[in-house]
Design a protein around this ligand. Structure first.
Ligand code: F2R
Ligand code: MG
Length: 296
């Protein structure tokens, strides 16, 4: 296998915990500080379900085979349709249950493909997996996106997040500005890229302006989700907890912004045991791999 599964699993842990943590705050106020965490079990959502399918596909095939990934997405959706999937993606997953051609169906969704934030929310582990091979990272991130998000902006969002995860995984000490510069240099022109460029000029700590000018996923699109998440990763570097809590402060699509930030930042910082213990368990077959890497 060309990629690094251990790095992918580390990213998956951050994504899973971030998704479940963020989801808690649709129903309760955001705490005063990062050390206060919700009581009870944090349920994960579609972000984690879809990321699990990507990780399984990489573990099994060492690459993204699109129709096989479509089947994995559809199988999980069939078992647990109430995980909060996006409206468009639900119609696709119903079709993928019958093994309809994912490239054809995804291109026709919304009359030109989805630019929802769903391709970006699940891709971080793939970026970590290919952190030593940027050409494969971009190609495979795009393939993973196109299964459901054929619009150029949906694909650009996934590529940007995969690149960020790859760069942080390969070099945890990379500066925020350097990470953003490198991401942009590997992307084709898009609204997502334009907004990442804009984010480079928003000063650290000016969170209110970042949230307002970049958007925090209220439209559930790649364009209004990905640039803010990358700005957070670039500017809140001290710990996993701090990055996630500051993501919450932006408001918006909290499970997804926290899943994206968590999937990148866990390649640099340990996810606290207390946070992991608060989450609904993942399927046993993947937990056994995760327990191996978190014990190391
Ligand atoms: N569904 C949600 N959140 C709502 C519920 C949250 C709360 N926890 C609750 O339970 O009440 N979250 C999930 O959806 C997002 C990912 O969506 P995805 O996978 O991208 O789906 P879709 O349908 O492809 O796109 C999302 C919406 O974007 C708009 N859109 C996309 N492309 C468009 C286009 N070409 N033209 C017009 N509109 C387009 C549509 O409104 C889509 O429905 C994540 O937040 C995930 O967690
Ligand atoms: Mg979700």
């Amino acid at each position: 296998m060309k990629g690094n599964i251990e790095r992918a699993l580390k990213s998956l842990v951050g994504l899973w915990v971030g998704d479940a943590y963020g989801e808690q705050f649709f129903a309760r106020p955001i705490p005063e500080c990062e050390s206060v965490i919700p009581a009870g079990t944090w349920k994960y959502t579609d972000d984690t379900c879809m990321a699990l399918s990507i990780v399984e596909e990489l573990m099994t095939s060492g690459e993204i085979r699109q129709q096989s990934l479509a089947q994995r997405f559809a199988e999980r959706y069939s078992k647990e349709p109430a995980r909060g999937y996006g409206a468009g993606v639900r119609t696709l997953l119903e079709k993928y249950r019958d093994n309809l051609d994912c490239n054809y169906e995804a291109r026709n969704l919304f009359g030109g493909g989805s630019y929802g934030n769903g391709a970006a929310m699940r891709v971080a582990p793939l970026g970590a997996f290919y952190c030593d091979d940027i050409e494969s990272l971009i190609r495979e991130a795009e393939k993973s996106a196109a299964v459901t998000h054929a619009h150029a902006e949906g694909r650009a969002g996934a590529i940007a997040i995969a690149l960020a995860t790859g760069f942080v995984s390969a070099n945890p000490a990379i500066s925020g500005q350097e990470m953003l510069r490198k991401i942009v240099s590997h992307m084709e022109l898009s609204k997502v890229r334009q907004q990442i460029e804009y984010a480079m000029d928003i000063p650290a700590q000016d969170l209110e302006r970042a949230a307002m000018d970049l958007g925090t996923g209220r439209k559930v699109t790649a364009q209004d989700t990905v640039p803010f998440c990358l700005w957070i990763v670039a500017n809140y570097r001290e710990s996993y907890e701090s990055a996630l809590w500051n993501t919450l402060r932006g408001g918006g699509d909290l499970d997804t912004t926290c899943a994206i930030v968590g999937g990148i930042v866990s390649c640099r910082h340990k996810v606290p045991e207390r946070w992991i213990a608060s989450c609904e368990r993942l399927p046993a077959e993947i937990m056994k791999y995760i327990e191996k890497i978190t014990l190391n």
